[in-house]
Design a protein. Structure first.
Length: 927
């Protein structure tokens, strides 16, 4: 519990520092000490001092919390008050944001300067609430002395010894090992391969309890390995990575004599001498060190030894990276069959009558218990040992039906210490991110961006001092947990870099054992048991339950997260949001109602001052209440696949903290987007931008200030009326741009189709143009983009020509282009071969194009060649295309795949595509 408080208190102190010492706050304070603002500032300073004192004490508390019940109670009180303090500070921040946007003329936002805030009063009672929290913290601070807790400078790692870790040795009983023959063979092959002049390091990486030590023992004792090496040493390093002690142990193992020297230099010389002209095998078991300097210091004596090899077992891939090792050997989980063999060996060892039978009540339950171990041999061994002398079927049934983290809360349990060590080895900012995931049910699949956004909403992301966004920092948190084997890639789906992930059942049990009542999951809305300690709750309705009720939430709660999670195979859920629900959940940071049939969001949504994440993906929402625009802290608004949505609220520009706005992409329809969207300067992702046709709706000029966007889809570019103001070259972070033409008309009452506008672009004279006749080629040719763009797609484009800038080599980072044209006017391709980084190209819909000539490659010289980086090319729906000619031998040097479809007249292809590995032709052509 103490560890999770670190980040909470750090967050509170950071907010206090910003409020108390920030220039904006100080500038608005009148000089009079009797002014309520000055009193408020003093209250905040006092609160900050108290929080700092308590935070400093937590380092001592963490060593005692597992064993001392009085300290547990003290921590519980701190946590309750700390969350209250965080709520108050967050509300204070909300008030500052409100004053920046208050008083704006509708519908266009006007930000107030911070200096204007003094004429607006804070909510009544805010100062009193701060004072009340401060007094509660003062009382808690006094209790610290009674508990004999010390103040320290900062966080200190948990002493590993308190978990009674069992040291390892090189010996192994291989009769108890199952399913590791292939792994053993692979490691031995790496060991016996010809070594380089430098030492070879082979890291074995995997979660705690997966069998890394066992595999290393099997390899270490293999006869072939023993014959290959002259000298051996086995070192268990889990307590600490003490280079001096490790070196002493190695010298003792190699020389077979005592080693009392405390001088590292002497030890290095002795070891170097002993290893001269010798093949040496060293196993470092359970390594946690992440300091490269310590690793390099340890390896100095091995640098000149002959074919020395080091096997390292570790749970952390970042530990393996500092060793300049071969690719880490990631040890996988056991098969269901092998896991059962491990369990059976330990469970029935003293009951031979069960060893040979294949059925029976105990055997059947045992197999199910082994299956729940999900391939983790330590779990199978521990549960088997737990049931070794048990013949009572009820005991077996209890183990099968209970949560493992409850059943295994015994002194003889090895799993909890093994996994808990992984938790306590994490930095504090990772611990609360990890335990938060226990709010998801077991086996739940999640995506990295989704989890990071939820962490951001809770304030878990700590600024790293560099110019990194919260999303980037949160992404590194996720990667660290993945490297530490707390998360794993889903085995049921093909995953990409940002694919699907899950938690092993026992890792989930670990998170649940730590979070306790803070994180709960229910499968029925009527059994959603939220108490005063519950902060994060998820509802996962079972199949057949399609109506969600909220009667258990009819009283005020402290919930910060509420998620309705729909499993893939379930039917759509019917949800109605009663007014009392949101009024009772005013501490919410996250609410996700996605994949439900929700049609109306109550006006009370605007009362959730702390709300950061609002998920409405794939709901039946048509219109959002205007009150939503007072959610000044909102960071994420997800309306993806809400195909019924008609318009955004007029005050959408007030959401000054919004970072991610996800809208449905509807090529044949339209969402009315009011003016003011351009004021959302914190936006990093905008899935769809619908260009309007009158002064009340967004024009392309609104994009000018959205300089942090990474990905953008523009719909209705044919409606552009002000491209002279759409300087998209300022969007230097934009990496992916998709442009759609020809969607349905606007639903506004104005007739948008005959507006006459002023249109001006570089190198073009100002002219009056009828919007209905505005040429798509004219618009696209004069669209100005930053050259850092990486992906570009044009969908439904009906212009007479493609823009000349599309083949400009200054777009040096452009790797993917998709030209999915919607008309037959275009007959020539731009010189795309001049793009130096283009890897993937799709061309479709050019119905009048008859020939692809040399201009396609950019008229490059025969020696230079075009399309130097292209790997995949697809041509489709080009019914008039007859030939593709003038390809030189140096063109397309990396083209691996070529796909052609619906090109019935094509009779000639280039004959010098020498790198082509795959040719796919889906329709008859006249080749």
């Amino acid at each position: 519990m103490a560890s999770s408080l670190f980040s909470l208190l750090v967050s509170a102190v950071t907010k206090l520092t910003r409020f108390v010492e920030g220039a904006n706050f100080t500038s608005l304070l009148p000089s009079s000490s009797s002014n309520p603002f000055a009193t408020l500032q003093e209250d905040l300073k006092h609160l900050k001092r108290t929080l700092l004192r308590i935070h400093a004490t937590l380092a001592d508390v963490e060593e005692r919390e597992i064993r001392d019940s009085s300290v547990k109670l003290w921590l519980h009180e701190i946590k309750a008050v700390a969350y209250d303090a965080d709520d108050i500070l967050d509300e204070y921040h909300y008030e500052l944001l409100r004053r920046q946007v208050e008083g704006k003329p509708s519908p266009v936002i006007r930000k107030r300067k911070m200096g204007e805030i003094h004429d607006l009063s804070f909510p009544a009672g805010l100062s009193g609430r701060i004072n009340e929290v401060r007094m509660r913290l003062d009382e808690i601070a006094k209790d610290r002395d009674a508990l004999h807790l010390r103040e320290e400078d900062g966080e200190r790692r948990l002493n590993d010894a308190c978990w009674k870790l069992i040291p390892t040795s090189s010996l192994v009983d291989d009769s108890r090992v199952y399913g590791r023959d292939i792994d053993k063979k692979n490691i031995i092959q790496l060991l016996l391969s010809d070594g380089q002049p430098k030492v070879d390091v082979i890291p074995i990486v995997g979660p705690g309890g997966v069998g890394k030590t066992t595999l290393a023992q099997l390899v270490y004792n293999d006869p072939m390995v023993r014959c290959h090496f002259h000298l051996y040493a086995w070192i268990c390093t889990s307590q600490s990575f003490d280079v001096l002690k490790i070196t002493q142990t190695i010298v003792k193992s190699v020389t077979k004599s005592s080693c009392d020297s405390a001088e590292l230099d002497d030890l290095h010389h002795s070891l170097k001498k002993a290893l001269k002209n010798k093949k040496f095998l060293l196993v470092l078991d359970d390594v946690w060190n992440e300091q490269q300097s310590l690793w390099e210091l340890l390896c100095i004596p091995f640098s000149k030894s002959m074919s020395s090899k080091i096997i390292v077992t570790t749970r952390n891939e970042s530990t393996a990276r500092i060793m300049h090792a071969v690719t880490p050997y990631r040890l996988g989980l056991l098969t269901e069959k092998d896991c059962w063999l491990v369990f059976k060996r330990y469970a029935f060892e003293h009951q031979p009558q069960f060893m040979s039978i294949s059925s029976g009540e105990l055997t059947d339950m045992g197999y199910e218990i082994a299956r729940r171990c999900e391939g983790l041999p330590l779990a199978a061994k521990t549960l088997g040992s737990l049931l070794r002398l048990e013949t009572d079927e009820e005991m077996w049934r209890e183990v099968l039906q209970s949560e493992f983290w409850v059943v295994l809360n015994e002194e003889r349990n090895e799993i909890l210490p093994a996994l808990m060590l992984s938790y306590h080895r994490m930095p504090s900012h990772l611990r609360q991110c990890f335990t938060y995931t226990s709010a998801f049910p077991k086996g739940y699949l999640f995506e990295k961006p989704y989890i990071v956004k939820l962490w951001m909403a809770q304030g878990y992301i700590v600024h790293n001092g560099r110019n990194s966004s919260p999303e980037e920092v949160g992404g590194t948190y996720f990667d660290e947990l993945l490297q530490r084997s707390m998360f794993q890639h889903s085995q049921s789906l093909d995953t990409t870099k940002d694919g699907w992930f899950c938690m092993h059942e026992l890792i989930h049990d670990l998170a649940k054992s730590i979070s306790g009542r803070e994180c709960i999951t229910a499968h029925d809305s009527r059994s959603l048991d939220v108490d005063e300690d519950t902060l994060h709750a998820s509802l996962v309705p079972t199949d057949g339950q399609n109506i969600i009720e909220f009667q258990t939430l009819n009283e005020p709660k402290r919930l910060r997260t509420f998620l309705i999670l729909k499993l893939k195979q379930m039917q759509v859920l019917q949800v109605e949001m009663p007014e009392f629900l949101l009024q009772n959940l005013k501490c919410l940071r996250t609410i996700d109602l996605s994949y439900t049939m929700l049609e109306v969001l109550p006006d009370s949504i605007g009362e959730l001052k702390h709300l950061r994440y609002l998920g409405l993906r794939e709901t039946n929402i048509r219109v959002l209440p205007e009150s939503l625009c007072s959610l000044y802290n909102l960071q994420v608004l997800d309306l993806s696949h809400c195909m019924s949505i008609l318009e955004l609220p007029q005050g959408i520009g007030n959401l000054v903290s919004l970072r991610h706005l996800s809208l449905p992409v509807m090529e044949d329809s339209h969402i009315c987007m009011p003016t003011g969207l351009g004021n959302l300067t914190n936006l990093r992702s905008l899935s769809a931008f619908y260009i309007g046709g009158n002064k009340w709706h967004c024009g392309i000029g609104e994009l000018t200030g959205l300089v942090d966007l990474r990905e953008l889809r523009i719909l209705g570019l044919e409606r552009v009326t002000e491209s002279d103001n759409a300087d998209l070259t300022k969007m230097k972070n934009l990496e992916k741009l998709t442009i759609f033409w020809s969607y349905g008309s606007c639903t506004a009452s104005d007739d948008c189709s005959r507006i006459r506008v002023q249109y001006n672009c570089t190198n073009w004279r100002r002219t009056t143009i009828d919007i209905q006749k505005l040429d798509a080629a004219y618009v696209l040719e004069n669209l100005q983009l930053h050259t850092t763009l990486k992906e570009l797609a044009l969908n439904g484009y009906n212009g007479t020509r493609l823009p000349s800038w599309l083949g400009d080599p200054s777009f040096s980072k452009l790797t993917s282009i998709r030209l999915d044209l919607g008309d037959d006017k275009c007959t020539f391709l731009p010189p795309l071969g001049r793009l130096p980084s283009l890897k993937h190209l799709f061309v479709g819909g050019m119905q009048r194009m008859q020939c692809i000539g040399r201009e396609f490659c950019g008229c490059c010289s025969a020696s230079a060649g075009g399309f130097r980086a292209l790997e995949t090319l697809e041509l489709t729906e080009m019914r008039a295309l007859e030939e593709w000619r003038e390809v030189h031998i140096n063109d397309f040097p990396r083209l691996d795949e070529l796909a052609i479809s619906t090109c019935p007249k094509l009779y000639r292809l280039p004959d010098c595509l020498s790198s082509l590995a795959k040719l796919e032709i889906n329709d008859y052509i006249q080749l």
